[in-house]
Design a protein around this ligand. Structure first.
Ligand code: MN
Length: 497
């Protein structure tokens, strides 16, 4: 068997049913055929990217259909096969996820701020199916892992976007492992010198601490046992490089002021065990004042739970401890993905609550990031309901235009420019000729054809447009033409109905 397929299958064996494994194999063959003879910018066969993406999704313990979507995610964009081919072969649900992922790709990079603005809007638009985001994260992380050998300006663009947009979203979703990976992989390209500095700091520190932590571990194990607690694991964890870097910047680059470069993480079976463990630690060693944080009773805004305490251990060495249950651990690493992982065995997956709080968080991020841009003003008053009734469509250049649900190509044309609205003659939606009165869908790419010689808008458009803007502009233009009398009658007629 093919080595790539073998490595992917080994990532899902044991978790997936044999039917699901067959499905993954089928998707692999489909993607393999579709991407035949395609190579990536780094010279590797394209299929390595599809498999890399799918493998990440499998590592995050996401359900089979997401692993399949990962394999197929670049098929509609980069091969002659389409979404409907995928639907025929793999069903509507998988096709929808792939389609959502593909739509996110229509965004073009046009300066960081503009891109950020587009991407944030799009994330909201796609929020109707959050699973798309996981495929996007996996796609992005695999791209970051394979940046070597591609042009430098592309490396910079991808790394910067990941740092500025993807990582904050992963953080808000409580996906610590994914956030850490996005940040650390990007860090290397965005600030190479700083990256080297922080890496060497950590290596020195690790060398120094490793033996020490082993000794501490033995003492803790004994103490816990006496207290009737059997820990699931005790291990040293190194802080992610980029978050360490950010902390160092806060502390005047003074490494001795950062206590959690290496922390001892204790995972115990229950919440009660967590508190008991804290007591046992404090009985043996003295905690630092003001460094005991109970994120179990008071979780962080993104849902993070654990107890943290920093302790003067033997020989005056300062060590941070993080105490949590296995479930808290999964959630800290994988965020809402962990919920899917827990709900299985044929039960319907319910993510509504998390879905909503995720949306709320996104709106918050949006506001934070927007402080830095003028776009803030426009978004200040937005509510979630507002977004529920909006669609987001693209110009052929990748700009996002937001419109109310049911909006037509005419609304779109007027949203771009009054002249385009007044002179539009036809529309292509996703490369297909479409009537000017047919409602658009989120993610559509709309191209308007205009005719300079056209006298003005058709009064009929008033029956189908949804935006006040388009309506007002059509009326204004029509008034100027010979139809104005006729229009007044029409308007009067409509009102009296
Ligand atoms: Mn991709």
């Amino acid at each position: 068997m093919d080595e790539l397929l073998q490595s992917l299958l080994s990532a899902v064996t044991g978790t997936f049913s044999s039917a699901d494994i067959q499905l993954v194999e089928r998707a692999y063959n489909f993607a393999f055929k579709a991407h035949t003879n395609q190579t990536r910018l780094n010279g590797m066969p394209f299929i390595t990217h599809s498999v890399g993406t799918a493998e990440l999704l499998a590592q995050w313990k996401l359900p089979p259909l997401l692993v399949v979507a990962g394999l197929l995610h670049d098929v509609p964009e980069d091969t002659p096969l389409t979404i409907s081919d995928i639907e025929k072969e793999f069903g509507k649900e998988i096709a929808n996820i792939v389609e959502g992922e593909t739509k996110l790709d229509h965004l073009k990079y046009q300066g960081v701020e503009r891109y950020a603005e587009n991407l944030r809007k799009m994330f909201l638009a796609i929020a109707s199916d959050i699973r798309v985001i996981f495929v996007k994260f996996a796609d992005r992380i695999h791209n970051l892992q394979t940046l070597e050998g591609i042009p430098e300006y592309k490396q910079q663009r991808i790394a910067l976007e990941s740092l500025e947009i993807y990582a904050p979203i992963a953080n808000r979703l409580g996906m610590g492992a994914i956030r850490g990976e996005l940040e650390d992989l990007s860090f290397k390209y965005v600030h190479p010198a700083e990256y080297a500095w922080v890496t060497s700091l950590v290596q020195d520190r690790l060398k120094y601490k490793e033996g020490y932590l082993e000794t501490i571990k033995t003492i803790i194990e004994k103490d816990l046992k006496q207290g009737g607690i059997i820990p699931i694991s005790i291990h040293g964890r190194t802080k992610h490089l980029y978050s360490l870097y950010k902390k160092l910047l806060e502390k005047d680059r003074d490494i001795s002021k950062v206590y959690d470069i290496v922390a001892e993480r204790i995972i115990v079976p229950t919440v009660q065990d967590c508190y008991a463990t804290l007591g046992i630690l404090h009985q043996r060693w003295k905690p630092l004042k003001g460094r005991i944080k109970d994120y179990i009773a008071q979780p962080k805004p993104n849902g993070y739970q654990s107890i943290h305490t920093t302790i003067f251990c033997d020989d005056g060495e300062i060590v941070e401890f993080q105490i949590r249950t296995p479930q808290m651990h999964e959630e800290a690493e994988y965020g809402i993905a962990a919920h899917w992982f827990y709900v299985d065995k044929g039960k319907k997956i319910v993510v509504m609550d998390h879905h909503l709080s995720w949306l709320k968080d996104l709106v918050k991020i949006q506001k934070n990031i927007n402080d830095r841009t003028k776009f803030l003003e426009a978004l200040e008053s937005l509510k979630i309901d507002f977004f529920n009734n909006r669609i987001f469509v693209f110009t052929p250049n990748g700009d996002v235009i937001d419109l109310p649900e049911g909006a037509t190509p005419v609304d779109f044309a007027y949203a771009i420019h009054t002249e385009i609205g007044n002179h539009c003659t036809s529309a292509r939606v996703n490369d297909k000729m479409t009537q000017l009165n047919v409602p658009l869908q989120s993610g559509d790419v709309v191209k308007i054809t205009t005719d300079k010689n056209r006298k003005g808008p058709s009064p009929d458009w008033l029956d189908s447009v949804k935006t006040n803007h388009a309506r007002a502009k059509i009326k204004e233009a029509v008034k100027k033409t010979k139809f104005s009398g006729w229009l007044r009658e029409l308007v009067h007629h409509r009102k009296s109905n």
